[in-house]
Design a protein around this ligand. Structure first.
Ligand code: FAD
Length: 436
């Protein structure tokens, strides 16, 4: 399909966004909201990229269980812009980290910063010395404005602040894995501090957990696409862009000329699309050297009566890290989603071996569970970049003023998350809109 300004005789004004994940769509919405004409190219028929619907056993589930945080200000803002009723698309619950092994940390409905201190003091499981150390740790981070003189790994940061074994096992390590998708021994303490600042050190609502009540394509990508179409944008699905040609006055994409192009594809897909000029070599090399971490999600289907004691339960033994009861979240009664973040021994197992082991662990954790009658495993091998200490992430701007990058991996405060993707998309749009 030709879109944009074929032939390019006049100066093109339309902007091409390549990739309709959360970053690309956020970018397109921000551009269209500013009155600019946009064409979005997406290689898949399904919108959402790494956060998309997956149909299985007659159900609309996701390629991986996702969780949002009350601190996701930009995603929530854009969701509201494209759908004023977007608050009904998720269930907002106060932070409640509950483990099958007995640990529980619940944020009470108290004003900040009391909510956090009260949650830590009342945490069930660790002794009072550990709880006090956790309060002191958070106070020390706050005093330093959640900034570190030098980045280190999360395990070292926790050791420096005397965090005990129980709090590490049930609180800090699971938080690090869930948010950074990188084991604490290899994860950036600076990025972890940013997450703690917003999720625990901010106001109480920022610490809320937001469980998507619809699949991840309906949560934002589809309403964004409808809104964009209403603004005259073009959304081209099932069209993988293979080449981008840059000149002084235009960017050629798919046979059409555009004023700018925003590359909103995953970091691993960027190098093949960058122009061959030497000016792009450092960016190409940085992206080719970027390491990635997987996320595995296993779905187990039981009779619809099956219910867990909460929507999300942790486990600190075996392979299972979190179990989500989809019945309590989005009405898929009897469906449990088991999540394993980052790389680990589970990746050495064959598909059926892993599913067998997870089923056996589930049966041990919840002895009253019947046998599942269907199961499915999705391993996203490059779910996120590995969030290592001191990692230099590329900026949105590239060596050519008409070409921009958007995606969860670009420079920013956050690890690879929906919020990082959306913030990056918005930043790229503002870069394009900025008068030169
Ligand atoms: C299993 C899993 C669980 C996760 N859990 C969470 C969570 O709980 N909370 C959270 O906040 N984040 C979570 N994340 C991270 C989050 O999903 C990502 O950070 C986010 O979706 C990245 O969005 P993006 O737009 O930057 O990239 P992508 O989603 O990768 O979007 C890139 C898009 O570009 C398209 N594309 C690629 N090449 C081309 C081409 N040549 N032409 C046209 N289109 C192309 C792709 O098809 C894709 O749609 C999870 C990720 C995974 C995989």
């Amino acid at each position: 399909m030709q879109a944009g300004n074929p032939g390019g005789s006049r100066r093109p004004h339309r902007i091409a966004v390549i990739g309709a994940g959360y970053a690309g769509l956020a970018c397109a919405v921000e551009l269209a909201a500013a009155g600019r004409a946009v064409t979005v190219f997406e290689s898949s028929k399904v919108l959402g990229g790494r956060a998309r619907v997956l149909e299985w056993d007659g159900l609309r589930l996701d390629n991986g269980q996702h969780l949002l945080s009350g601190a996701y200000a930009e995603l929530l803002r854009l969701m509201r812009l494209v759908d004023p009723h977007s608050d009904s698309l998720f269930r907002r619950l106060p932070l409640d980290l509950r483990f099958v092994q007995g640990f529980r940390l619940r944020v009470p409905r108290l004003p900040a910063p009391l909510h956090l201190a009260a949650a830590l003091v009342a945490a069930r499981g660790p002794g009072w010395r550990e709880r006090l150390a956790a309060v002191c740790f958070m106070r020390a981070l706050k005093k330093g404005r959640y900034r570190l003189a030098q980045d280190t790994d999360v395990a070292s940061l926790l050791a420096q602040h005397g965090q005990g074994e129980k709090l590490r096992r049930y609180l800090w390590d699971p938080l690090c894995l869930a948010a950074l998708n990188t084991p604490p021994e290899r994860a950036s303490a600076a990025v972890f501090c940013n997450v703690l600042r917003d999720a625990l050190g901010g106001n109480r609502k920022a610490s809320d957990l937001l469980f998507p009540a619809v699949d991840l394509s309906i949560l934002f990508p589809e309403p964004a696409s409808d809104w964009l179409l209403g603004k005259g944008a073009q959304i081209v699905r099932g069209n993988a862009i293979r080449r981008i040609e840059l000149s002084d006055h235009a960017v050629r994409v798919d046979g059409g000329d555009f004023s700018h192009a925003v590359l909103a594809v995953g970091p691993y897909a960027v190098p093949a699309l960058l122009p061959p000029e030497a000016a792009f070599d450092p960016l190409r090399a940085a992206l080719q050297n970027m390491a990635h971490e997987p996320i595995a999600t296993a779905y187990f289907r039981f009779a619809p009566e099956v219910r867990l004691p909460g929507p999300m339960l942790g486990s600190a033994s075996g392979l299972i890290q979190w179990v989500f009861d989809r019945g309590r979240i989005d009405g898929h009664h009897g469906v449990l989603a088991v999540v394993i973040s980052a790389s680990g021994p589970h990746l050495d197992l064959a598909r059926d071996e892993l599913l067998d082991q997870l089923a056996a662990e589930l049966a041990k954790l919840f002895p009253r569970l019947p046998a599942p009658h269907a199961r499915q495993l999705v391993i996203e091998r490059r779910a996120t970049f590995a969030c290592a200490p001191g990692l230099a992430r590329p900026r949105n701007a590239t060596p050519h003023t008409r070409l921009w990058l958007a995606g969860d991996y670009t420079a920013g405060d956050y690890p690879a998350t929906l919020e990082a993707a959306v913030r990056s998309g918005v930043r790229a749009a503002r870069g394009v809109l900025m008068p030169v």
